[in-house]
Structures are given as C-alpha cells and as structure tokens.
Ligand binder design. Structure first.
Ligand code: NAD
Length: 364
C-alpha cells in the first residue's frame, strides 16, 4: 500500500474544529472542548492512532448511543484510599479527568490511592491521565482494559480474546516532562492499523495474525476488504492483532483484563451478551503514589539521574541514541506545536466530511 500524502493543520485550528463538531453533534461546549483538547493532545504526543482520526467513530457512537454526552462518574464505593467509580458510558475525555482528580486528591492526603473506573467511554491516550497525575506531583500506574473490544490473539492462539489493553506508568519530573511509559499490549495499537489502512506508517510484518496462523502487516487481515470504504470496521475482518513480547506481553494484557475488567467491574472480554454492542468501553485500575509520603528524599532528582545514566549508554548503532520513556512524546509535542499536526489527507477528509454532515464548513 503506497503512503498517501499528508497535510498539516495547526493544533489550535484542529482543536476548535473538533470542538465545533462535537457541539454540533450534541455535546455542550465544555465537553466538546475537552474532546478536542485530548484528541489533539494525542496527535501532539505523536500517537495519531488516538488522536483526531477517532472523530468520525466518536460521532457515530454518540448518534448510536454507544457513548453518552454530559455524564459524570457515579461513586460506587469509596474510602480514604480507594474509590470505585462508574463512568456511565460518558465520554472518556470527561470521565477520565474526574476519576484521575479523585485519585490525586486521595493520594495527596493519604500517600497512596487506588481508583477503579468502570464503564467509561474511550479514554484515549492513557498517557494524558498519567501526565495529569504527574503535574500534581504524583507517580501513577494504570491498567486499562477494552471491554467488548476483542481484537488481540493471546500468545499461541489465533482467536481474538483481549482488547489492546494499554499499560502506563508516569513519574513526575519537576520543571520537565514526566518519565512516561504508555503502550498498548498489542504489538501495535488498533489505531495504528487504522492509520496504516489510510496510507500512513506501515505496521510491522508480524503485527497481525490470520485465522490460519499466517503472520501479516496487511490491514485487511483485521478489517476485511477496505477498498472504497471510509470507515474501517474490525467486525469485517477474520484475523487478529498479536500481543507484543510473546508470552510476556500476552500476560500483561491478561492481567489488564483481570484488574481493569474483572476487579474494577467493567465489561471484560468474553462471551457476554453485551459483547456485540459496539463502541469502546474502557475500564481502568489506577494506582496513585505521592513520593512525599515515601521518605525517599530527592526522589525526582534520583529518578532523573538514573534516566540520564540510561541515556548515556553507548548506542547500538552509529548515530543512534538511547531514549527513556516519555522522550519521544515530548520531542514530538515540541515539533508539532511549532510546525503543526501532520494528518493523512484521507483522515482530514473524513473529519471534514463528518463536520459537513453536521452542517459545518471546514476551517478556512
Ligand atoms: P508505542 O508502541 O508508540 O510505545 C510508546 C511508549 O514507548 C512510550 O512510553 C514511549 O515514550 C516509549 N518509547 C518510544 N520510543 C522509544 C525508544 N526509542 N526508547 C525508549 N522508549 C521509547 O505506543 P502504542 O502501543 O502504539 O500505544 C499508543 C497509545 O495508544 C498509547 O498512548 C496508549 O495509551 C493508547 N491506547 C489506548 C487504548 C484505549 O482503549 N484507551 C488502547 C490501546 C492503546
């Protein structure tokens, strides 16, 4: 598949157009602004898979009742150090910050807290939530499941059994972006197959597996025929994404399901009756730690020193460089804030078409 040309849109223009789309689709201005902010934030971090490419799907899900505007989380149970909250299928961009803020407040008071979030609409790039905790001075650890989003084959199997179940750890760095590990437990996030199917960066040759066990990088393995379609539907394909790291990545995906699905009380993968409802329901089990309660004087500086030691490793190839988690995102953010956000032309056309259906003209 040949790479399609890209176009560049500046972040502010993109944010306001996405916000206009969601106001036209039925959200209030604040929620629409949050959706625009967080989707563009994913593009700025370099994770186009979780950025504005999601707009057509979100609008369709809103119209179909698979995600709901104007929700707030309901507290199911809580103590000084934990809470279980139900996102009521609200937009993850609204539910996410409220759930995270609850964890931040409890951890700042008690030293640590666990918040189990169930039934949230798509929470997007999980790194946004770890960055929010880091901005408040907290370490955070997030296990996420994608209930009803079975796309990933377990190690040794070919059938879809897991969601792309992301895992994330954020560590604050005063005056600098946090150390931030944030990845899907599939070899690539589904959105990266989506980006590839629109002519964007190709995925690795072995990222997908067909029903016969053959490894593939062809997005059709996941989506079925894609010619002359603008909305990709994994329901039309027969293959699966593969978990990263063989049995180890597959094992983390499994535990994300156990913690964010079974323990948090969010829908899990499995032959449950709701499995075919469509949309994405995220569960997220988050642990918040306040370093100030741990007696590790100079924690942030020690962590920074360690990161610098890692980066000082001799590169494996000439001209290479060793990075630590979070470097790639902060560099891309700096560049894209300066130069604009590159979008595949097909992605930008699909967003504009979604706006046009809602009576909006594209940004001038
Ligand atoms: P990825 O494979 O690009 O990995 C990103 C991680 O690797 C980051 O922590 C980054 O700093 C680090 N990294 C990148 N290059 C590095 C290098 N050279 N050296 C050291 N570290 C490096 O990420 P992904 O798996 O494609 O995930 C993309 C996004 O998708 C994430 O933000 C994730 O939260 C999100 N996601 C969300 C859902 C959901 O349901 N909400 C599901 C899956 C994924």
């Amino acid at each position: 598949m040949d790479a399609l040309p890209t176009t560049t849109v500046d972040a502010d223009t993109l944010r306001s157009f996405i916000a206009e789309i969601f106001v036209a689709a039925g959200c209030d201005a604040e929620e629409a602004g949050r959706i625009g902010h967080h989707l563009v934030s994913a593009n700025l971090a370099g994770h186009d898979s979780h950025g504005v490419i999601r707009v057509p799907r979100y609008v369709r899900w809103l119209a179909d009742g698979k995600v709901r505007a104007g929700q707030t989380p309901t507290v199911v149970t809580e103590s000084a150090t934990h809470a279980v909250v139900d996102g009521n299928l609200g937009f993850g961009q609204t539910i996410g910050p409220l759930a995270v803020d609850m964890g931040i407040a409890k951890a700042q008071a008690a030293g640590l807290a666990v918040v189990a979030l169930r039934n949230s609409g798509h929470i997007g790039r999980v790194g946004d939530w770890a960055e929010r905790a880091a901005a408040a001075g907290l370490v955070s650890i997030h296990f996420v499941n994608v209930g009803m989003g079975e796309l990933v084959a377990p190690f040794g199997g070919v059938d879809r059994r897991f969601g792309t179940n992301p895992f994330c750890i954020g560590v604050p760095q005063p005056g600098a972006p946090p150390l931030l590990l944030d990845f899907a437990t599939s070899m690539v996030a589904e959105g990266k197959v989506l980006v590839a199917s629109n002519g964007g960066k190709p995925i690795p040759h072995d990222a997908l597996i067909g029903p016969d066990g053959a490894l593939s990088s062809d997005p059709r393995t996941l989506y079925g025929p894609i010619e002359n379609t603008s909305v990709r539907d994994p329901g039309n394909g027969e293959g699966a994404l593969r978990a990263f790291g063989d049995h180890k990545g597959s094992g983390i995906a499994f535990m994300c399901e156990i913690l964010a699905g079974c323990l948090a009380g969010s829908p899990t993968a499995g032959p449950n009756p709701g499995a075919k409802r469509g949309g994405i329901v995220n569960g997220m089990l988050s642990i918040y730690l306040d370093p100030q309660h741990f007696g590790a004087a100079g924690f942030a500086e020690t962590a920074r020193g360690f990161a610098e030691y890692i980066k000082a490793s001799r590169p494996a190839s000439p001209g290479g460089e060793v990075l630590v988690p979070g470097d790639a995102e902060s560099r891309t953010r700096t560049a894209r804030l300066r130069d604009g956000v590159p979008l595949q032309v097909e992605t930008w056309a699909a967003i504009q078409a979604t706006g046009a259906k809602l009576g909006l003209s594209p940004p001038g």
